[in-house]
Ligand binder design. Structure first.
Ligand code: FCB
Length: 441
């Protein structure tokens, strides 16, 4: 790595991130069916129709997984709690689920790690999906009840609580592009989900505040929108993409407004009286989480329906996901968040990482491309701090190879390799490189 701990401000947190469904093993401990279980069971949605039933079996192996995090010299762990584990039918509490997160919290704290919780990383209980999921405003209220239940159990021990992970994925990717559960391609469903997921954030914040929690915020994802050419049409298409991906959520949360360019297409499909929710959505947050992976090259597509654009291949080097490697984008979004939206509030890079087709050879995994990727992105964050962004931590995605949603177990983002036959863990060379970089002298 081309950086060391001392290059970052005192107290800067180095960590790694995971999410419940991707690692725990959803069939254990009385968790209920989620929309991901049924999406995965439907042909054509997920590679080899794989699901999170066993995943990394973290449910039983969390202690040794946390040891690996601790042994790397990390300071913090970003994880999520699963709604369908805590409330299998979206309403009734599963005591085993609460107990698991209680044990997990103790284990994180015993190792001197700071727990960064995310409340919703996509485990919508199927019973609520049956009623329209995020298209239905009632799901938002049920989410509030789940926030109460899990927070009463572990909330006071969290270093930080995020309401929602990546509202763009929850709504646009899942209801417009159809790539994630529930796999819809419908503009009315999209507009409703894009609003209700913001309202879920607002209701979640209200419930947390009601319990005196003062370290809560949201995790948003950003993707740099690169115009395919410098033609006015492509520049406009990229700006529209930026509006839908990078502005809709952060403007709602920090300013209580939706960008006019997005409402051009979405307004006719929004739920009634959505304006009345904007105050709750835009109540003050304590931090912003930024997830960043790549950029997307956008061209105008006048023959297509709104938003009249398409994604085209870009020229940069790509990861196993086919995502272009573009560290400057991270600097762009961190400085932009500080300048335009959150000012001096703490910002965390809550996810950044890359997938590669890693193999264990002679008991080791050699992944120099990942070491380079991590190094370049940490340096981008460091430049953002120098340029005034109050970045207080950086979580690599992910601690472990895991269930990569529609890509099943094929894409490996971990710093620790997981053999999905034996579930054996093997720290990769990038893990050792990060460990040396962040060692305390
Ligand atoms: C993000 C998700 C995370 C993981 C990474 C690669 O969009 O938050 O669960 O899938 O991408």
């Amino acid at each position: 790595m081309n950086f060391k701990r001392a290059d970052f401000p005192d107290g800067f947190l180095f960590g790694a991130a995971t999410a419940a469904y991707q690692i725990e093993g959803h069939k254990f401990g009385g968790a209920g069916s989620t929309h991901w279980d049924t999406f995965a069971a439907t042909p054509g949605n997920v590679i080899r129709a794989e699901d999170g039933a066993v995943a990394c079996d973290h449910y039983h192996r969390y202690a040794s997984d946390l040891d690996l995090l601790k042994d790397a010299g990390m300071d913090a762990y970003r994880f999520s709690t699963s709604w369908a584990r805590v409330m299998p039918d979206g309403r009734t509490i599963n005591a085993q689920g609460l107990d698991f997160y209680d044990r997990l919290t103790d284990a994180i704290l015993e190792r001197g790690l700071k727990p960064f919780q995310t409340l919703y990383h996509w485990e919508l209980p199927s019973a609520l999906a049956d009623q329209g999921g995020w298209m239905n405003r009632d799901t938002v209220m049920r989410f509030g009840d789940y926030v109460d239940a899990i927070t009463d159990k572990i909330g006071s021990r969290m270093a930080s609580i995020a309401t929602i992970n990546e509202p763009w994925c929850v709504s646009y990717l899942s209801h417009f592009l159809g790539h994630h559960a529930p796999g819809l391609r419908d503009i009315r469903a999209t507009a409703r989900a894009m609003h209700h997921i913001n309202l879920a954030h607002g209701v979640g914040m209200s419930r947390l505040r009601g319990k005196g929690i003062d370290n809560c915020g949201i995790v948003l994802n950003f993707e740099y929108a690169q115009p395919a050419t410098d033609s006015p049409a492509d520049i406009k298409a990229a700006a529209t993409q930026d509006t839908l991906y990078n502005r809709w959520f952060i403007e709602a949360v920090t300013k209580g407004t939706y960008p006019a360019e997005a409402l051009d297409g979405l307004a006719p499909h929004m739920p009634d009286a959505w304006q009345d929710d904007m105050a709750e959505i835009s109540q003050p947050i304590d931090f912003l989480g930024v997830n960043y992976y790549t950029r997307n090259t956008i061209a105008a597509d006048p023959d297509a329906a709104w938003p009249h654009q398409k994604s085209v291949a870009g020229p940069l080097e790509k990861t196993q996901m086919g995502w272009e490697i573009y560290p400057d984008g991270l600097h762009h979004f961190l400085t932009r968040a500080a300048r335009d939206y959150v000012g001096d509030l703490p910002i965390y890079v809550t996810e950044n990482g890359m997938a590669w087709d890693d193999k264990v050879e002679n008991g080791a995994v050699y992944d120099p491309a990942r070491t380079q990727f991590v190094s370049d992105h940490f340096l981008a964050a460091k430049r953002a701090i120098a340029d005034g962004a109050n970045v207080q931590g950086f979580f690599y995605w992910s601690l472990l190879d895991n269930y990569e949603w529609a890509f099943g177990y094929e894409k490996r983002f971990g710093m620790i390799h997981v053999d999905f036959e034996t579930l054996q863990r093997t720290p990769k060379a990038s893990y050792h490189a990060l460990k040396s970089a962040i060692a305390r002298d």
